[in-house]
Design a binder for this molecule. Structure first.
Ligand code: ZN
Length: 211
């Protein structure tokens, strides 16, 4: 959602050039979060422009009603919010049945305990380090502790899903969250503030891997 959509093709190519591993796609419905972005149609457009993994983050109510649409549009990973899914196990299972990797996300105000029962069943855990809705927000530093807690829990049950963080990630905190246990970093403004997107991705990766 940080990209310039009038030149989406060029934006994606410069991210590819910079070595981005995945494209993270923020879908917002104006209900679960105050903002509205886009739906499956744009995901399909993006899928036609790239071979990169499409990591689709559904910040929507009743995500179970749209899983098939997003999968058909080209989503390789579909992440739903714990707060939006009263039947989280069946939603996760449904995503996997559709052939996608399934992720669960929690907002900054949601405790780790709320996803403890599902840690062994998901392919990805997404920790929100800002309250979802808008780009350009400041990183909430207590998220680091949350990542460490989840990382410890995953070790104790010998589970190894991706551990992803989203919100306010940039060169100043990329190394910190990586050390805490994250292996997927989402950056919007953190990359797109650089007019040269390619360089933005490279700088972020260097910061994530720095000691
Ligand atoms: Zn996201």
């Amino acid at each position: 959602m940080s990209a310039d959509f009038s030149i989406l093709k060029e934006e994606i190519h410069s991210l590819e050039e910079g070595g981005a591993d995945w494209l993270h796609i923020d879908v917002m419905d104006g209900h679960f979060v105050p903002n509205i972005t886009f739906g499956p149609k744009i995901v399909r457009t993006i899928n036609n422009l790239t071979d990169l993994t499409l990591d689709v983050h559904l910040m929507i109510e009743n995500p179970e009603n749209y899983l098939e649409d997003f999968r058909n549009a080209g989503a390789d990973i579909i992440t739903v919010h714990q707060e939006a899914c009263p039947q989280i196990h069946s939603t996760i299972k449904r995503i996997q049945e559709l052939g996608a990797k399934a992720g669960v996300s929690i907002n900054p105000g949601t405790p780790v305990e709320s996803i403890q029962e599902i840690l062994g069943d998901v392919d990805l855990i997404l920790i929100m380090s800002v309250n979802p809705g808008f780009g350009g927000q400041k990183f909430i530093s207590s998220s680091v502790k949350k990542v460490e807690t989840i990382s410890g829990l995953l070790n104790s049950i010998h589970a190894d899903p991706y551990l992803e963080i989203d919100g306010g990630i940039d060169e100043t905190n990329a190394g910190i969250v990586t050390k805490a246990g994250c292996n997927v970093l989402v950056a919007g403004t953190g990359v797109f503030k650089n007019p040269n997107r390619s360089e933005g991705v490279k700088n972020l990766r260097a910061a994530a891997l720095s000691k």
